[in-house]
Design a protein around this ligand. Sequence first.
Ligand code: UDP
Length: 251
Amino acid sequence: MLGVEPASHLPDRVHILGVPIDRLSMDQTLARIEAFIASGTPHIVVTADAAGIAQAQHDPALMEIYRAAELVTPDSIGVVWAARRAGHPIETRVSGVDILDNLCRLSAERGYRIFFLGAEPGVADLAAEKMRLRHPGCNIVGTRHGYFPAESDEVVAHEVALFTPDILIVAMGIPRQEKFIRATEHIIQAKVGIGVGGSLDVFSGKAKRAPAIVQKAKMEWLWRTASNPKKIAKAQMLPRFVMLVLRSRRK
Ligand code: UDP
């Protein structure tokens, strides 16, 4: 798309604990993703939340992926807070769930080929059905569950490549999804690979989003943690993130 520069040339990034975050609105984010699709070569989009950034501090491979990603969106309110503290405020979260919803809308308008990879067996299919109802014409060309060992990454990648997706949605949790996208982009050749965590659970109806009032109060993370015990381990990363940010120098 005209007027959209490569991410590396954008001055408008803020670094949170070494992770570059793009300070873009949802519309600007979507414009960049459409530019990636038009370019015809693979790009990685990361949706970074506080837990992921905390994890990257002791996972050099994940940090390297974050730093090399063409687009990194502020997926959580913790990231928005840290950016404000660094003196580079971000207006709002740009979450994986909302990006996915918008990409399905754009797919219905423009025909982008989307593949859903991840979540438990049956969930990606159900999420695809729901999306086709929500955005009639949405071009989800294939789905696959996300429970396979890393040794099978290449085999799965060759299966996915047969569907020639423009957009590869990977919902396998951080850091598995980012590592899968990076390791297989040369095989799958999707123009955009994006990790979206539990978003397929949300759209399938398996996991409910917090009620609007909870989202407005910016307490969705607490609601989702309380309603899913598996999230408690992840929530334990939050105090660590806050402590690291408070200790870091204000820029
Ligand atoms: N998942 C998967 N393969 C795995 C482990 C997890 O596909 O080997 C899925 C899981 O079913 C869930 C998603 O990955 O749909 C992780 O969601 P979560 O919200 O925990 O992601 P994160 O918080 O890491 O973004």
